[in-house]
Design a protein around this ligand. Sequence first.
Ligand code: GMT
Length: 375
Amino acid sequence: MRVGISCYPTYGGSGIVATELAMALAERGDEVHVISYALPSRLSFINPRIFFHEVVTPTYPLFDNYPPYSLALSTKMVEVARHAPLDVLHVHYAIPNAVSAVMARQILAPQTLPVVTTLHGTDVTLVGNDPNYLETTRWGIVQSDAVTAVSESLRRTTVEQLAVTKEIEVVPNFIDPARYEAAKAGPGARRWAKPGERIVVHISNFRPVKRVLDVISIFQRVQEKVPSRLILVGDGPERGKVEQYCREHHICGAITFIGSFPLVEEVLVGADLFLLPSESESFGLSALEAMGCEVPVIASCAGGLPEVVVDGETGFLCPVGDVDGMAAAALKLLTDDDLHRRFGEAGRRRAVDRFGQDTVVQRYRSIYQRLTQLP
Ligand code: GMT
C-alpha cells in the first residue's frame, strides 16, 4: 500500500507517533510518503520505502508575516498523491492537516484519496476549541473518511467540545519494545548521574500545559530526603523560566537540562522515576515510553493519563497541582526497592501487552484496508 503521512516535525508527541508509524509501515512492506515542513526529528530509519516531501511556503510582501501554509500543504498533498500515487492519506493533528487533506482530496477528484485523521489532543482541547479555529477544525474532522483519537478521554472530549457526531475510533499510541531492549545494553540514564544518585526524568516540550515548575517542586521535596538527580529532556517556551527558577533556588547542581534529544530510551533506561504532572494530557506518550523502560510514573490524573498509567500498579496518579502528593508518592517508590521493582515490571508488561507496536500499527492498517479495499 502507498501511504501518505502528514504531521508536525517538531518534538511534540503527534509528530513522534506519525514518524514511528511511518517507519513501522515501511518495515512491514508499505511505501510511505511523509509530508511536512521539515524532516521529523525521529525519522532516522534508513528504509528505501520511506520518502520525505518538504512543504515549502514561499513568501510574498502581501503575505507579510502570514504565508499560507495550509495551502502549500494541500498543494504538496495533491502533488504526492497524484505522482506516488497514494492509496490513502493519514494526517496527524487536525489543524491544519485534516483541512488541507480534505481540500487535496477534492482537488484530486475523480482520483480517490481516502483521508484518515488522527486527533492527538491539543488540536481539540486547546487550539481546535478556540473560536478562531473551531469551525474549520470541526469541518476537517467531519469530512475525513475515518477519524481516530489516541484515547477514550480525547474521543469523549471531541464529541463534547466540538459537537462531532461522526464515529471516532480509539487507537492508542504505541512503543516499539525492541528499542528499549537495545538501550539496556548501554549505561542509559546513569551517564548523567553520579554514583548513589537516584534518577528522576521528565520529558516534554516545556509548554505551560506540562507544568514543568511542578516537576521542579516535586523534585525539591524528593531531594531533601533522597540524594537524586533530575534529568529534563526537551525544550520549549517555559524552559527559560524554569532555568531561572533553578538558579534562584540554587538547585542547578542537581538538575541536568539535556534539551531536545530524540533517543528518549537512552535517558529512560536505568532511570528510577518519571514525572508528568500536566494540566491536561490526551494520552501522555512519554509516560508510556517510561513504562516501556520499566520506569514507574508519577503523573496527574488528567485526560487520558489514567488509560496509560494504572494508579497503584505502574505508578501513582494525583490531582493536578498536588505537588505534595506527587512528592510523597515518589518517595514511597524510591524508598521501597521491592515496590519499585514491581511497579517497573508491571509498567513494562502493560506497555508491551496493551501498547505494543505490532498490534497498534495493525489497527491503523485495518482502517486503511477498509477504506481502500487493498490487502
Ligand atoms: O503535548 C503537546 O503539547 C504536544 C502534543 C502534540 O500534538 O504533539 O501532544 C499530544 O499528542 C501526544 C501524542 O498523541 C499525546 O501523547 C499528548 O498527550 C498530547 N498532548 C496533550 O494532550 C497536551
